[in-house]
Design a protein around this ligand. Sequence first.
Ligand code: GLN
Length: 317
Amino acid sequence: MFSKNKGHTDYDIMTLQHILDDIYTEIQPHIGKGKVADYIPALKRIDPTKFGLSVCTINGERASVGDASERFSIQSISKVFTLTMAMKIAQEALWKRVGREPSGNRFNSLVQLESENGIPRNPLINAGAHIITDILTSAYEHPKEAIVQFIRHVADTTTIDFDLEVAKSERETGNRNLAMGYFMKSFGNIHNQVRVVLDVYFHQCAIAMSCEELAQAFLYLAHDGILPSTGERVIAKEDTDRINALMLTCGMYDSVGDFAYRVGLPSKSGVGGGIVSIVPGEMVICVWSPGLSENGNSLAGTKALELFVQKTGKGIF
Ligand code: GLN
């Protein structure tokens, strides 16, 4: 059994692998439940029975089950990478353009934007992520390349890339995202051309990664902002804590409260069916199962994380 002491990596990897094996058995009745995202046509083709689960510790140990090495569309999980990049660039000025409160609304809702003067509730819903991408579009000559390079670097994997079919599909059908962009532009809160910013946004969402790659890529958030493999600092310790706080309070959209109740880990989901969860000071867990709840979060993925925390006691509370 694991110790509840925070920050202690006193587990052994064989035990962790057994726990993942048990979860894989118990999760079977949940796989395939829910609805694969179909508002982005290219995501409709994904096999709903896929399931992958991977854990990577800050000591570099790994355990995985199922389709953990198969790449999928990371979608909104990309919002954490771009937020990391933008916090390094914009610092406090960023928070004049986007808030830090949960929205209580769907991830792609427009309703709050009018009464709140084009300032999105937080950087992890779509509108907030557009502001972050706008900051990166101003900062980099080639923002799409800068984003994918950043992700390749933290994942230590050069082959990570955009799924261009998904990016195209999302651009062709992304009227709601474009509407949000133009609406915020009317308040002066998008500085670049909306189509340019949204093209970057659609591409960042269309990056394909596996559970194993995502678990590795997010290790800096479990390790005070430092890449454990090289000792390189990605982002300041205080900003790491802030990103984890934002993930805990805003990372799962309008079911963030239910998710914190059941799982209790800073997490970010995407409509591709992935969820990444951070155990600060210890490890990253990534799960993938494409069937989604009403709120756009993976159903079997949420259940698997709940089982993981029950079996290991690794929730932050
Ligand atoms: N690309 C998706 C969108 O903008 C991302 C949403 C998500 O993963 N929740 O609608």
